[in-house]
Ligand binder design. Sequence first.
Ligand code: NI
Length: 206
Amino acid sequence: MIGRGIGIAITIAAFALGAAVALWQFGPSVFHPAARSGGQVSVGTALVGGPFTLTAHDGRQVSERDLVGRYTLIYFGFTHCPDVCPSGLQTIAAALDEAGPAGEKVTPWFITVDPERDTAEQLADYVSLFHPRLVGLTGTPEQIKATTKAYKVYAARVDDPSSAGAYTMDHSSIAYLMDKDGRYAAHFSHGTGASEMAARLRTLVK
Ligand code: NI
C-alpha cells in the first residue's frame, strides 16, 4: 500500500507541475516573473536557464557557456512532431529574417525533448529544413531532462500507435530569448506571429 500511495503522490505532483507550467506559459499576466516578483525582473530571470551539456547536430559539445557573447533563441521540441514544432520553427525562422540586423545577431537553437529518436544526424537533416543558422541539440536522456528542468519546459512521452516507435511527445511550445550574458531576456508563447516576434527582437536585441 505504501508503494501505491507514493505512486498516487507522484501522479498528483506530475499533474500539479503540468498545470503550473501550462499556467506559466499561457497565463503570463499571472505567472510572468516580473508580475510575480513585483517588478523585480532580476528575481524572475533566475527562474529560466542554468547549467547544461548537450551535443549539437555537428557533434560539437555545447554548454551554457556557449550562450555568452550572443543572443540565443531557444525552442524545445522534437523532429517527429506533426505540426506544433514545424510551425514554431517556421515562425522563428521568418521572424529572424524579418528582424533584419537584430535577427542576424540571434542564434536559433532547437533542443530536442526526444533524445531517443533525435540523434545529431537526425537533427542535422531536420534543422536545415527551417533556417541555415538553426542549431539542433540533443543529449543523453539525463542531459535532456536536466535541460528541460532548468528551462521549465514540460515534456512527457505519450503512447501513439501511429507514430514511429509508437509514441509521441507532449511538450511546451515556447521560445526563450537569452541575452549576451546567457541570461533569460524574454519568452514568446506559441501563437506569437513572426512579425510580432520580429518587432520584439528589434527592441530587445542590442
Ligand atoms: Ni512539437
